[in-house]
Structure formats: structure tokens, C-alpha cells
Design a protein around this ligand. Sequence first.
Ligand SMILES: Cc1cc2nc3c(=O)[nH]c(=O)nc-3n(C[C@H](O)[C@H](O)[C@H](O)COP(=O)(O)OP(=O)(O)OC[C@H]3O[C@@H](n4cnc5c(N)ncnc54)[C@H](O)[C@@H]3O)c2cc1C
Length: 383
Amino acid sequence: MKIGVVGAGIIGTSIAYHLGKAGAQVTVFDIGSPGNGVSSTCFACLNAFGQPEPDLQFRLDAIRYHSTIAREVGSEQLLHVTGTLRFASSDNGAARLAERAKCIGENGSLAQHLTASSAGELAPLVNTHLATDCVFIPEEGWIEAKTLCEHLARVSERRFSVEFRRERILAIGANATQVLVVSHLMGTAAFDRLVLAVGNETNALLTSAGMSPVPLTTEPGPLVELSFPKSDETQRHVIYADNLHIKAGDHGGFLAGVAPATDAAPLYERLEKERLDLIGAGRRWLRRFDEMHGKWMVGARPMPSDGLPILGKHDECPTIHIAVMHGGVTLGPLVGRLLADEMVNGRTDPRLGRYAYVRFSKAAVRSVAGVLGQRIPSADVAN
Ligand SMILES: Cc1cc2nc3c(=O)[nH]c(=O)nc-3n(C[C@H](O)[C@H](O)[C@H](O)COP(=O)(O)OP(=O)(O)OC[C@H]3O[C@@H](n4cnc5c(N)ncnc54)[C@H](O)[C@@H]3O)c2cc1C
């Protein structure tokens, strides 16, 4: 089977690897080199804590699958299962931590409450005395996402019938048996199936084929690379402290982000508020924050309207699969395996059901709107 994949972020490279492994002949297109999109401008934590109960098990499965894939492709050095430490400084925050710790514990992942002094040993950078509670989740962690994309691309090309091409896809067209992709360099190429793994660009390509867009917005958020001028102090565990998060950077130093502001202000004001929130929380929670150098950037989350991944066939064209989500660094490898199995072997894993594109098909939207009379609410976003 000849399959085209547009997008070589964490989602596209994971899908391409598993499609190749399943025996498909795969061509991957990306404007730049693998991992150059949002996958390289994100916090890259492997997290399940705080996810709604129906998604927790899938998230935990996805985190565990990172170890399997790392062994399989020899990328263990890019995977850091060092645990997350979660701090709250208010009674409400502590109650929320306790509830979430209980929930993840009931789903089979260890969650340990720590005293401020034992948390301080694990997080020397953090002003742990501010915490009213701290929870340690040992099986969470982070990955070097861009390098993993590059690695998956290399291994896929070496082991399987997978080719990566640096080309911008300008448009797609499809019918029930074939998909055409168009670029300046190659003109037109035909595939039996196409996967759209283009994150924020999903609707630009869907509408180029005359297909209905999916309910997706781009939600930018600030990140800052921090470093001490004269010290190589590091932080082994990922830290979540109220709305701040910080972890070791891929190339030394630290990477910090902040939970999105919830108000409906214009984009510029919201980004500025989040930047100031990050600075305020950094000063409060981190020792010597003002001595650190900072390099700011903005990452753009591809965010489905209900916060859940959108996966699987588009109802208007069975030859086109969509794979777009927030949380893609955590979910990418497992999603890649499950979608490849569905496309090549026709086996649909029941875990995909909750995330299937079909919930947005016109018929499904009509019946949900009829029942709720309103938009589906977004999930709580931690990073
Ligand atoms: C601030 C921030 C923090 C985050 N934190 C986390 C976290 O802690 N944990 C987590 O799991 N997730 C996190 N995420 C979400 C995560 O980064 C994304 O879900 C994930 O990177 C999406 O991967 P992707 O492959 O779909 O998209 P991308 O990495 O953007 O890949 C899409 C690719 O498509 C290519 N492309 C686009 N259009 C075309 C075209 N026309 N032709 C050819 N190629 C094209 C692009 O060049 C790009 O390489 C965070 C995101 C942000 C912004």
C-alpha cells in the first residue's frame, strides 16, 4: 500500500515509522526537517496527571509506550523518565493535587505525597517552603522531542520503505480510492491513502480538497529557555508549581512555561499576561531566578475544540486520515502505532474510539448540538 504522510513532527514521524514497520510504502513530506514545527517549540513533558478520568489510562499507556519505542529504535538517551514533582501553594491547590493524585493512583500510576524537606532534596532549585502540598509521579518525565523526530526519520528510512522529502504540500485532492498531493517541486503524486499530520495546518489542506474543516484553533503560549551565566546547575525532575512548569533544557539550562490564561482577552494581551505570569511565578518559586538569562519563544498549540485528539478517517473521504492534537509529544508514538495498524491491517483499537474524527462528522455534530445546545467545553490545559 502506498501511503503519503504530510508533516514530520512527532505525530508524522511516529506514524511513518509504524506504517513502514507494518509494510507500507511511505513518503513523508515536510516544509522543513523533521521536528521543526510545534514539536520543537513545546514543553515536551510526558504527562497524564490531571487529565480527565476517561483519558488517563490512554495517557498512561502512551507514556509507557515511549520506553518500548525507545528500546526498539535505540533512542533511550532522549527519554527521561525522571518523574514530575507537583507543588501547590494554596489550600485549594493542595485539594486539587490530592484529588488528582488519588485519581491517577486509582488508574495504576504511583503518586507519592512528599514533605517540603524531601521535595527540597529532589528540587534544589525550587522554594519548596512555599508548598502546602507536593506530589511526586515517578513514571512521568520528558523527551527531547525534536531529536526524537530526527531519529525516527533516520531509523524509518534505514529499516523500512520510508522516504522523507522536504516539500511544502500546496493542496490535496481525493476520491474514494486515491489521494493526490500537489507541490511546486514534484507537481502531483498519487497515493492509496494520505495522513494529515500537519498540526495547525490541518484545515488549510482539508479545505484545499473542498472538505469540511475540523474544529481546531491555534493556541499560542510563551516558553523561555533559562540558564545561569556561571553555573551548570540542572533539574532532574519536571516541576509543576501552581501555574509554572520548568524542566531541564534539551541543550543544558532549563525550559519554563506557564499554564494558559483562561480569560478571553485578545491574543497579544493574553500572551503578555502569560509572559508576566511566568516571570512572577519564576521569581516566587525559583531560587536565583533574576540571575538567569532568558531566551523567549512562542509555541503554538494545535487545539481541537473539545481538547481531545482528532484521529482517523475524515467522513467525507475514507482515503484521508487525520491526526491532530495537543499533548502530541506524550501521545505521538502510541497514536502512530494504533493508526498504522488501522490503516494497514484494518484493525481499529477500541481505545481510539473516544478520539475518532467521526464525533465531528456533520451528523454527529447535529445530534450533540441538539442535546447540549452549546459548544463542547475545552479540557483543562496544563502546558
Ligand atoms: C507551549 C506548548 C507546550 C506544550 N507542552 C506539551 C507537553 O508538555 N506535553 C505534550 O505532550 N505536548 C505538549 N504540547 C503539544 C505538542 O507540542 C503538540 O501536540 C505536538 O508537538 C504536535 O505535533 P505535530 O506533529 O502534530 O505538529 P508539528 O510538530 O507542528 O508538526 C507538523 C509538521 O507539519 C509540517 N507542515 C505543515 N504544513 C505543511 C505543508 N503544507 N506541507 C508540508 N509540511 C507541512 C510542519 O513543517 C511541521 O513540521 C505543547 C505545545 C505548546 C505550544
